[in-house]
Design a protein around this ligand. Sequence first.
Ligand code: F0G
Length: 458
Amino acid sequence: MPNHPAEPFRIKMVEPIRLPQREEREAAMKKAGYNLFSLPAEEVFIDLLTDSGTGAMSQHQWAAIMEGDESYAGARSFYHLKESIQKIFGFPYFVPTHQGRAAENILAALLVKPTSAIPSNMHFDTTEANIRARGGRPTNLVNDKAFEVGLRAPFKGNMDLQKLEEFIQATKVENIPFGSITITNNAGGGQPVSYENIKGVSEIYHKYNIPFFIDACRFAENCYFIKQREAGFADKSTLQIANEIFALADGAWMSSKKDAIVNIGGFLAMRDEKLYQAVCNELILREGFPTYGGLAGRDLEALAAGLMEGLDENYLDYRLKQTGYLGERILEAGVPIIEPPGGHAIYIDAGSIFKHIPQSEFPGQALSAALYLEGGIRSVEIGSVMFAHKDPDSGQMVYPQLELVRLAIPRRVYTQSHMDYVVEILKKIADNRQAYRGYRITYAPELLRHFTARFEPL
Ligand code: F0G
């Protein structure tokens, strides 16, 4: 077997992309306030901003789209989705939502109060913001290895069980309306969580009667990592592993734009019937009737198919190897990343490439701007632009431990030569690192500022 297996698909339809001229890229950045989210996608050559909703659907999914049932209530497509969700996740109740954060919003609206604290390994930014928007406190309890950039450990997404126990004891149990875990850990490098750890987390939450919800965006990639890395799982299918994981939880939400390889969609699933009834009321107010939840019938149909396809082991093997290939080549070029490579993305340690740029001047922002200016590549900063905030008690700025730039790989979209191109551009930047400067924020909203902030080069 070659190290990098060929893509397990062939290309039936193509979408042209082009590299704009250097002057065009400079003008586009200036116009965008140096925020890559504000760039028109047409100005981007290789778009690694996110793996969310950017995957290529299969011929089977496109065929399913044509069979979508657009009935307002009780559409056939809803029952197809229900079948997939029950097969994989096993929760008796679920509602579709238009994407992951809509599910987070509903859960937060129903359960989070100003006194609430919600533990997780690491909350993703939208989860964190949904909790904060209700006055709650999101708390990250990932194990310390997650912050050792160069350390190769198999499950760096694991929660620190001792910290979790201590946190629950220090916070009143009645102030923890639910506990969570994110698989894989997106904010911490796309690193997987072991089955053993999820089981330990589940036992602790349940010891204190705290409902356990899994943020399941990238559950399939997590299952394949478990199959490869955790003793006792090599002979189990990814579907069996998923069944075992979700049997440990009281519910889950999923942005299906990731591992279900659809362009839009999500869901919120649970065991508790009372909660489900409250969720339905909230859903009807904000998203739609409980059998479509803000999606078209065709979207439900593509999702029903995509959930099963996302678990295909031929596909997952290629998927994780493509990400691994990009990561290892970047390391060979002398650029530090979070090791080992994650499932959906490579996280470049911008803070250590740009040591001369202090956190208050956004080294991650500087690297992501450079990637675009040098090579038309769009990435996303996961550092101080995204996470630095004023502590409400002390009024001091709190900076994240790492200044990262994420290269997220859309599913089944880019080829190996695109990956090679990205490596070349990164090497060029790293070899000339002293030439780059930091940035200053000229505008930023209070919540989720990275989406709309504007910058000026220093
Ligand atoms: N949870 C995790 C772990 C996520 O990565 C995301 C989205 C969400 C929840 C929210 O889902 O976008 O469908 O509303 N992550 C995307 C990303 C945006 O680029 O990582 P959504």
